[in-house]
Design a binder for this molecule. Structure first.
Ligand code: GUN
Length: 281
């Protein structure tokens, strides 16, 4: 078997076109949607993510301002800035790029963002609402949303499927598990302490790798015909690679998302969708 590619570039372009139309409609009403991204320090991976987010905003007509603060910024300074941005009616979305320097108390920073402007969907209010049902997933985290939208585009239903997620982060694994349960999947979440990981990955009709280790998922860990979603963003010898041993796994899977060009662009497109969604909550 050779897997069909789940083309995140193609699907994200379609989503961005939809966002552009909505931005044009808002501009006709004299509203200019604006996103503010806060970067503390100069983490190279964060800089690269922010470049992609700014580029997507530009494509859709969303105004994107990046506020770059020094690594010495305190929690108090950062919370103060967020409170100012919360009050500013010309700003519709606020995103604090993670990770923050270790001295900053990240939960306090995320809590400071007005839930209505929380386009990352990381605030406890927005995460909590997701537990209720699909209808309450208004500002949902962008990577899980991107995965769901990519599967939807390829008409892959998750209802009744065994989905194994490897990785339990607050950004990907945990919210994705909730969103899949909301869509009637049978979900297993594995992590670094999971025993006999292959027992779980081999059972998966849909396998999601969000581990952060290059080529971690080998062909022997994947069921023939499985759908494989690679969320990994790893640099090896200056090249971007995922968490999945792509070449070998693509021979065994029915569908696979590549890195780059899979979940990355979908995440960015869902962020732009979230900026527009802030107008309807
Ligand atoms: N760092 C890695 N992924 C993300 C994300 O989706 N949002 C933010 N704010 N920071 C990140």
């Amino acid at each position: 078997m050779t897997a069909t590619l789940l083309d995140g570039r193609l699907v994200s372009d379609l989503l961005l076109k939809g966002v552009s139309h909505k931005v044009s409609a808002l501009k006709k009403k004299k509203i200019a949607p604006k996103l503010v991204i806060i970067l503390v320090g100069d983490n190279p991976a964060s800089l690269s993510y922010i470049r992609q987010k700014s580029r997507a905003a530009e494509k859709t007509g969303i105004i994107c301002e990046v506020k770059n603060l020094p690594a010495s910024t305190t929690t108090k300074n950062l919370v103060g800035l967020i409170e100012k941005l919360n009050k500013d009616k010309k700003i519709h979305g606020i995103l604090v790029q993670l990770p923050l320097p270790s001295k900053i108390e990240t939960p306090l920073v995320i809590r400071a963002i007005d839930p209505k402007k929380d386009v990352d969907g990381f605030n406890a209010y927005n995460l909590g609402k997701m537990f209720l049902s699909k209808e309450f997933e208004k500002l949902a985290p962008c990577t899980p949303s991107g995965i769901i939208k990519l599967l939807e585009h390829y008409k892959i239903s998750v209802a009744g499927k065994n989905v194994t997620i490897v990785g339990r982060s607050n950004i990907v694994g945990k919210p994705l598990a909730v969103m899949l349960i909301n869509r009637d999947a049978t979900v297993t979440v594995c992590h670094s302490k999971t025993r006999n990981l292959t027992d779980y990955t081999k059972r998966a009709d849909i396998l999601v790798a969000a581990v952060g280790r290059p080529n971690f998922i080998k062909a022997a860990m994947v069921k023939t015909g499985a759908i494989v979603i690679d969320v990994g963003v790893n640099k090896v010898d200056g090249k971007l690679v995922g968490d999945v041993d792509f070449k070998a796994v693509a021979k065994k899977a029915s569908f696979i998302s590549p890195v780059p060009g899979g979940i990355g662009p979908m995440t960015v497109a869902c962020l732009m969708e979230n900026v527009i969604k802030t107008f309807n909550i």
